[in-house]
Design a protein. Structure first.
Lengths: 292, 311
């Protein structure tokens, strides 16, 4: 989900309250570099989105213009789990892990995968239906389906842009935009906190923008997963069926539905936690202006 | 002439600090358990098992057998109360946790309606290993139930309701999941056939016997109340010789039994259950191991928490 990592608000508090515990100088230098690089990366994505919009004149398909940096920088964020595990960032490993993994999941297992599945799945269908499938007991049906898949494959390869791929969905833009703005603010927040020079504006932005960005991101994510469902069901993406040697099955389609349902209890909890953090951090406005 | 100075005890809420109860003329040699019963009289819904009393709001809970006059309080004591929530006795907890998987597995074995497709309702599998797995799984949980009723003696009295719901969801959920695949009409028997099943069965039975031996031994140790003054040692029973290498061989044997069942059924969900159980039991074993080392200065160096020479 697009919520900024909650526990790390403690980092700001600790360093702004000048508690000298925690990471050494080398670790702080590394973290500053890391956060600066990440801020820059997400700025690149933001700029890429704006330029693509100005060039095309429409909101559609902007994902493709920033696909590679998005995947790169979102995946690099996995390092943050390591930071918590090693102890240079005072956050819970589980909480950070959960948030980063949900982002990475959406980036790779949904947005990226449902496109590849389009082409490779038709090949899989070909092979499965004509050779391996135990379900097809009727020879004629198997031949028909194979032929149909072959035709579909040929048709797809001649018409790449008329497909309704998940990446063309506007919902993708919704969460990419939300993530981009959130991450730029969050990483610059950490950078300034580590350097003990946190401008109030950044702090305010971090604890205020989420009010709109978080629901926006969640909406985009849910709509994208929902859009991916038909393809996953049709192609059997990432799914294992019975019978097999290890007596195991996995239905990615059901799994995605369960993920969507899990947003219902989790989103309010995270959202209201951020609200409480906001009251706590921004509530002491008077005291802070004295310190500054 | 005996002068008994009576104590005054006020009980305050940990969060709000308001006075919930004031007890005067309390005997100095009363225990915390007595205080809890007195408090229970004023607040019937807070039975003693769900009370947590402490001298400091952020401090540790007082034990039931602490004596009032031995505590660092004057004759007028302030004790903070925290509600631990509804509690269930350990025996009840384990009965519920173990009956679930036992019965749920049987539902899947018998292929009760609405689980598999209609034409498979109430049929039985053609593979003998499926019946064997059912027998082993049922034996495992029946053994656990019998041990809970007749063998184990628990140190704490109770467990909070929230934990029970969570534990039951875990045991029951996993049992349903693995039972679904083993008893599925499309179940594939093990790759190496009967030999694999027989070896796995042997591992399973040996580990069950081992696990029972360890429980029997541990039960013998608990002579007085909760604190045992001796640490477990190997005895004439060969299964207890694992004590030479391991602090908690009951967990070792438990993992072994599930490994046996995984090999017997060649089923990924069973292997996953074994893995998760192993992870949890390793955590418990390490805790127990640390406690042993702390309590007994002459604790043998060779012993590892759960796996000989490794973990």
């Amino acid at each position: 989900m697009s919520a900024p990592a909650m526990g790390t608000s403690k980092t700001a508090h600790d360093s702004s309250n000048k508690k000298k515990r925690g990471p050494g100088t080398l670790a702080i230098a590394y973290l500053v570099i890391y956060n600066v690089v990440m801020t820059a990366g997400w700025l690149v994505i933001a700029v890429g989105l704006v330029r693509a919009y100005l060039a095309r004149g429409s909101y559609h398909g902007l994902y493709y213009s920033i696909e590679k940096p998005l995947k790169f920088f979102q995946t690099v964020a996995l390092l943050e789990i390591l930071h918590c595990a090693v102890g240079i960032v005072p956050s819970s490993v589980v909480l950070t892990g959960f948030q980063v993994m949900s982002r990475v999941f959406l980036t790779w297992a949904v947005t990226h995968s449902v496109r590849e599945a389009k082409l490779s799945s038709t090949v899989c269908h070909l092979v499965a239906n004509s050779v391996l499938s135990p379900v097809f007991t009727f020879g004629r049906a198997a031949v028909f389906v194979t032929f149909y898949c072959f035709v579909k494959c040929a048709w797809f390869s001649t018409r790449p842009y008329s497909l309704k791929l998940v990446q063309s969905e506007d919902s993708v833009l919704l969460f990419v935009a939300a993530w981009t703005i959130t991450e730029i603010i969050r990483y610059s927040f950490y950078t300034f906190s580590l350097l003990n020079h946190l401008p109030y504006l950044i702090k305010w932005a971090r604890y205020t923008f989420f009010i709109v960005l978080y629901p926006m991101g969640v909406t985009g994510e849910l709509l994208t997963i929902y859009a991916a469902l038909p393809y996953v069901q049709k192609t059997g993406l990432y799914s294992i069926t019975l019978p097999n040697k290890y007596n195991f099955s996995f239905d990615y389609h059901t799994f995605l539905i369960l993920i969507m349902i899990s947003y219902i209890p989790l989103f309010p909890q995270l959202y209201f936690h951020m609200m409480r953090q906001r009251k706590k951090v921004l509530g002491h406005v008077d005291e802070y202006s004295k310190v500054e | 002439m005996s002068r008994t100075t009576f104590f005054e005890v006020e009980i305050l809420d940990t969060k709000t600090k308001e006075q919930l109860c004031f007890l005067d003329k309390v005997e100095p040699h009363s225990s915390i358990a007595d205080i809890k019963s007195l408090f229970h009289k004023s607040y019937p819904k807070w039975y003693p098992a769900r009370q947590s009393l402490r001298l400091d709001p952020k401090g540790k809970a007082l034990r039931d057998d602490d004596i009032l006059q031995n505590l660092p309080v004057g004759t007028s004591a302030s004790i903070y109360f925290k509600d631990l929530g509804p509690q269930l006795g350990w025996t009840m907890v384990f009965l519920v946790e173990y009956l679930g998987p036992l019965l749920i597995y049987l539902l899947f074995y018998l292929r009760v309606p609405y689980i598999y497709s209609k034409k498979h309702t109430f049929t039985s599998s053609t593979h003998p290993v499926v019946s064997l797995a059912c027998a082993c799984h049922s034996f495992h949980y029946i053994k656990r139930l019998i041990e809970t009723i007749f063998l184990h003696r628990f140190s704490h009295g109770t467990m909070p309701l929230g934990s029970i719901v969570r534990n039951c969801a875990y045991y029951w959920g996993f049992a349903a999941w693995l039972a679904y695949y083993i008893n599925h009409p499309l179940y594939t028997p093990p790759s190496y056939g009967e030999r694999q099943v027989n070896y796995a069965l042997m591992i399973f039975l040996l580990c069950e016997a081992g696990n029972f031996s360890i429980h029997w031994t541990l039960n013998g140790l608990k002579c007085e109340g909760s604190k045992s003054r001796r640490y477990p040692r190997p005895s004439k029973n060969p299964f207890t010789w694992l004590f030479v290498f391991v602090s908690c061989p009951n967990y070792t044997y438990e993992v072994g039994a599930w490994v046996g069942l995984s090999i017997m059924t060649q089923c990924v969900p069973v292997a996953l259950f074994t893995l998760v159980g192993f992870a949890q039991m390793t955590i418990w074993a390490r805790g127990k191991h640390k406690t042993y080392i702390r309590e007994f200065k002459d604790y043998p160096n060779l012993r590892m928490p759960i796996l000989p020479l490794i973990l």
